[in-house]
Design a protein around this ligand. Structure first.
Ligand code: 2IT
Length: 450
């Protein structure tokens, strides 16, 4: 009965959102997990709860017009999908990347509902972005683009309405330009209208590393629940951006040995470990270069090897953490991970694993930490930033870390307990979907047909 309901809604999403494959993928993955919960709540089907969950409350698409350094007029698409506000104002990042289209923003926005609910904090789900490619653009071009983007976005957001942050291609610099333009238009210092701000103007200490730290704390809980510890583990990660850097830093602190990072150009294998301050600094330099390549790492540290055009999943490790982008782990990568004898796989980036690869990893006994739980430390820290701004105060670094660590422990516990309750086993993927869903469903039921 519930199985048919779920299948019907999945097909309905596919028909209504043609070609948006990433959105279909995440809806399928999430809704399928919810079947045993729906069995116990027939009232959810009667009031079309799933149909309402998969249909964003609001979505805006807008034109972004700006002038490049050569004086040429450029036109991009801008998006903001406000998915669900049952438990708090919409909250979620902005992604600037050339492949951005509604299927990507909707998959991210839909995931964000459950992730934000898992944090235990009062934030709804949303996501936005643009097909603007920040790579290779001058600082002045990025500023003009951000100003043009905010000139439309400002009318849809607000500290109690929708609070965007960064995602791929949107870091502290972009948030600064976006915030400056918001303030110029509205004449309001609404600190909590954007998160990931710079420290001098309302930013939260620790936000830059929060996502990566949270991922490693979550992975540590996975290890502990299975009688192991982080110290001494060999770890392979992808990416070299913000999330990868925070992950590398926390792995260093916990005494794990990180041996890979990657970029669109290939991956770095460093047998000595990417675990010195100088090497972590190098990751920041790679990002700041704006070239989107990781090869220069091997020039600086000659013991390291650059493998062109490949992904790091062929390197043997105890724990794998994809931290780059969606669908970076396919079936052949999952096969390599299983063949390596690894026991743990923790998603860092949003939906890094195809549904097929995810099932293969789990079917072969790998313990999988899902992104919507593992990377929730970023948005949790964003919510701490909102609280700081609302209270016109400043939180200390260690306070933020302590809160964040506890939130990650709580999320792992919630995922574990939900999967044990409904599936009678330790399956964090299903548990995350269920634990995230339960609170949102209850809030939606209480608020009537809206
Ligand atoms: O995917 C994510 O959770 C983010 N990009 C961060 C969202 C946020 O509002 O901090």
């Amino acid at each position: 009965m519930s199985k048919e309901y779920v299948e019907r809604v999945i097909n309905w999403v596919k028909e209504r959102n043609p070609g948006e494959v990433e959105f279909h993928q995440t809806v399928e993955e999430v809704l399928t997990s919810l079947i045993p919960v729906l069995e116990q709540h027939p009232e959810y089907e009667e009031c079309a709860l799933l149909e309402r969950l998969v249909e964003p409350e609001r979505g805006v698409t807008f034109r972004v017009v700006w002038v490049d350094d050569a004086g040429k007029v450029q036109v991009n698409k801008g998006y903001r999908y406000q998915f669900n506000s049952a438990i708090g104002p919409y909250k979620g990042g902005l992604r600037f990347a050339p492949n951005v289209y509604p299927g990507i923003i909707k998959f991210l926005g839909f995931e964000q509902i459950f992730k934000n609910s898992l944090t235990g904090l009062p934030i709804g789900g949303g996501k936005g972005g643009s097909d603007f490619d920040p790579n290779g653009k001058s600082d002045a071009e990025v500023m003009r683009f951000c100003q043009a983007f905010m000139t439309e976005l400002y009318r849809h957001i607000g500290p109690e309405t929708d609070v965007p942050a960064g995602d791929l291609g949107v870091g502290a610099r972009e948030i600064g330009y976006l915030f400056g333009q918001y303030k110029r238009i509205t004449n309001r210092f609404d600190g909590g209208v954007l998160t990931g701000k710079g420290i001098p103007y309302g930013g939260c200490l620790g936000r830059t590393e929060a996502t990566g730290f949270g991922i490693v704390w979550y992975a540590e809980e996975m290890l502990k629940a299975n009688g192991e510890e982080m110290k001494g583990k060999t770890v392979a990660i992808s990416g070299f951006g913000n999330v990868s850097w925070g992950t590398a830093w926390k792995l260093q602190q916990l005494g794990a040995k990180l041996v890979t990072i990657s970029g669109p150009d290939g991956y770095i294998y460093d047998p000595d470990g990417i675990n010195t301050d100088e090497k972590l600094q190098m990751m920041l330099e790679l990002r700041a270069s704006g070239k989107n390549v990781c090869a220069p790492y091997a020039e600086r540290f000659p013991n390291a090897k650059f493998v062109a055009g490949k992904k790091p999943w062929e390197v043997k490790a105890d724990l794998y953490i994809p931290c780059a982008t969606q669908n970076e782990v396919h079936m052949e990568d999952a096969e390599a991970i299983v063949a390596s004898g690894a026991k743990f796989y923790c998603e860092g980036s949003n939906m890094p694993t195809t549904n097929e690869a995810l099932a293969y990893l789990q079917d072969n006994g790998i313990i999988v930490g899902p992104a919507k739980a593992a990377n929730a430390g970023g948005v949790a820290c964003s919510c701490i930033e909102m609280g700081q701004n609302a209270g016109h105060t400043v939180f200390q670094h260690q306070d933020v870390y302590d809160q964040l660590h506890q939130i990650m422990i709580n999320i792992h516990k919630a995922c574990k307990e939900a999967s044990e309750k409904y599936y009678g086993k330790y399956d964090l993927v299903k548990g995350a979907n269920i634990a995230g869903f339960e609170k949102v469903a209850e809030a939606m039921m209480a608020q009537g047909l809206v």
